[in-house]
Write a protein that binds this ligand. Sequence first.
Ligand SMILES: *[C@@H]1O[C@H](CO)[C@@H](O)[C@H](O)[C@H]1NC(C)=O
Ligand SMILES: *[C@@H]1O[C@H](CO)[C@@H](O)[C@H](O)[C@H]1NC(C)=O
Length: 207
Amino acid sequence: MSASTRAACVLLLGLLWTSCGSLRTPPHRLRIPPHDQVARVARFVAHQCDWASMATVSTHPPVVGRPFSNAFSVSDGPEGSGTGVPYLYLTRMEISVQDLQVNPEASLSMSLAQTDYCRLQGFDPQSPLCAHIILSGSVLEVNGTEAEFAKKSLFSRHPEMMEWPSDHDWFFCKFNITQVWVLDYFGGVKTVSPEEYFQASLHRKQH
Ligand SMILES: *[C@@H]1O[C@H](CO)[C@@H](O)[C@H](O)[C@H]1NC(C)=O
Ligand SMILES: *[C@@H]1O[C@H](CO)[C@@H](O)[C@H](O)[C@H]1NC(C)=O
């Protein structure tokens, strides 16, 4: 794309966003926390992404015992109020969930390539400039008030879930994080403990 075409596209996008101002946060307003605030970057990516790739240890021939990655809708809270805990809506009929019944350990990967951010900035998904995170941990069923919160978090961002067939026995889960890996900016992967991750503020500090 030539520079002038690109400029025209950016202008057109700007006009489109202006004329539909009630839509979700326009891409140019996605403000990533500073690179050195690694835990905040992780919380930011976890909240922006509506889905994740989840790797399980397969129980299905011919790949028993091998990594198996699959896409899942997630939500860490209603839009604008992320908790950092990715919630999932699952059924035991699903192939990866069958793996989790045997071994709940899993890995979740989320990237700003899933938003408009990297495309508009011209960042390739594999570039460290296109921030992405990997969460290690396990998938645990939640009940009671936490399940109510998971429902609110998921259904507000994935309204279609309300219509999913009730005979599939859906249930709510959380991804219990044991380690956070952040690929944002140069210098290699950075790690964040669950404590640092949950203490980080999604929003800019007021002072
Ligand atoms: C939630 O309820 C299910 C089914 O009753 C049970 O198997 C599971 O252990 C419960 N989980 C928690 C965290 O209480
Ligand atoms: C959940 O994660 C915490 C670390 O945040 C860990 O200490 C705990 O063992 C995990 N629980 C399970 C059941 O995996």
